[in-house]
Design a protein around this ligand. Structure first.
Ligand code: ADP
Ligand code: MG
Length: 345
């Protein structure tokens, strides 16, 4: 796996040497960071803002497969998926910790790659890397990221805030990350059967990037603030639209009506799904890992979002007893289930 790079054995460096090596160039930019790496704990000051905290654990061969995820992308993605949870509260992210467990197969150069990706993400999203933990792992690579952020109390968007009559909105487009994964899986299989064949991913950059280098929608949080829209409920789309809208409806004790024709799907996602014999709508509903934001807004805010290319209104919130439904392109009504939609109802 690391055949073409120089290898330095981590045992020669020791844990402290490694931490020093990885963190020596970190620069702090957030005014809420008082102390970062280098003491027993970091020190933060959020003045009178509410503090948001979220954490993720990523395990090799459970959450990622190093046979097709480049290490730099992995470091980047580990940070951005976690920041996405802070943005999904309608907050701004400001700090992260980054912890890694490394098995003996990883040389220093591999860890450097992971860290480089993580630090690029921190820079892109303007968050400080303020600490972490480093350990050996008996088997495989383990990464854990915790992010911290802040919001004014009245701006925080919980899953439980949706109200009857709200419009359901989603940012960007859906299904791309899942279809990108299908492509990578296919190429991995071909490679395993015949290592001489080069992957054929030409022209598929967008969906490959959606899978390998997704982007948390900090810009949407900023856009909503600029448009003076307070989302009533919000969640990030990590498991697929169906699962996320059900979380909002359950937490808010409401129902919803979504319209299949309104679900934003990129043309490349659409065509490639078809090539794989997949229904593009199902990819959007159940695919996951798109890291777009799904949120509800008051109907009176419709004029503010209708001209926004990056926000689609895909339905509305109903009373709980009406259930969670999707109207298909042909006008049939289906129940939305965590797996997607119930094609037999
Ligand atoms: P302790 O024994 O108290 O856990 P460590 O030696 O693990 O201390 O950590 C020393 C400092 O280095 C702490 O500030 C910690 O946050 C930081 N640190 C350790 N591992 C990492 C890492 N992977 N990334 C960033 N900072 C780290
Ligand atoms: Mg430690």
């Amino acid at each position: 796996m690391f055949d073409n790079i120089e290898k330095t054995n981590l045992n020669e460096m020791g844990e402290f040497g490694l931490i020093e090596h990885l963190t020596k160039n970190i620069q702090l930019t957030q005014k809420s960071t008082i102390k970062g790496v280098g003491d027993d704990a970091a020190v933060l000051d959020f003045s009178n803002q509410k503090v948001l905290v979220s954490t993720d654990l990523l395990l090799e061969n459970v959450h990622f497969d190093l046979r097709y995820v480049p290490l730099k992308h992995l470091g980047y993605k580990a940070i951005q998926v976690n920041l996405s949870d802070i943005y999904a509260m309608n907050g701004m992210a400001s700090q992260v910790t980054f912890s890694i467990g490394l098995s003996s197969k990883f040389p220093l150069e591999a860890v450097e790659e992971i860290y480089e990706g993580a630090l690029i993400a921190c820079q892109n999203y303007n968050v400080d890397l303020i600490g972490g933990d480093t350990s050996t792992s008996a088997q495989g690579l383990v990464i854990s990221v915790t992010s911290m952020g802040y919001a004014e109390e009245a701006k925080i968007a919980y899953r439980s805030g949706a109200k009857e009559g709200d419009l359901v909105c989603v940012s960007g487009d859906l299904g791309g990350a899942y279809v990108g994964l299908q492509l990578l899986e296919r190429e991995k299989q071909i490679f395993l059967e015949n290592p001489g064949i080069q992957p054929d991913l030409e022209g598929k950059d967008y969906i490959i990037e959606r899978q390998l280098k997704p982007d948390a929608r900090k810009d949407i949080v900023q856009l909503l603030a600029d448009l003076e829209i307070q989302p009533h409920a919000m969640i990030d789309v990590s498991d697929g639209l169906a699962s996320e809208i059900l979380h909002i409806c359950k937490a808010s004790n409401v129902g919803c009506k979504l319209y299949e024709e309104k679900i934003p799907i990129d043309p490349m996602t659409y065509e490639t799904a078809r090539e794989f014999g997949l229904d593009p709508t199902v990819c959007a509903l159940s695919g996951g890992e798109d890291y777009e934001l799904l949120f509800t807004i008051s109907q009176s805010d419709y004029d503010k979002v209708k001209g926004q290319l990056d926000i689609s209104v895909i339905g509305h919130i109903t009373e709980a007893s009406a259930g969670c439904q999707m109207i298909s392109k042909s006008g049939n009504v289906h129940d939305i289930t965590a797996q997607g939609w119930n094609a037999f109802s």
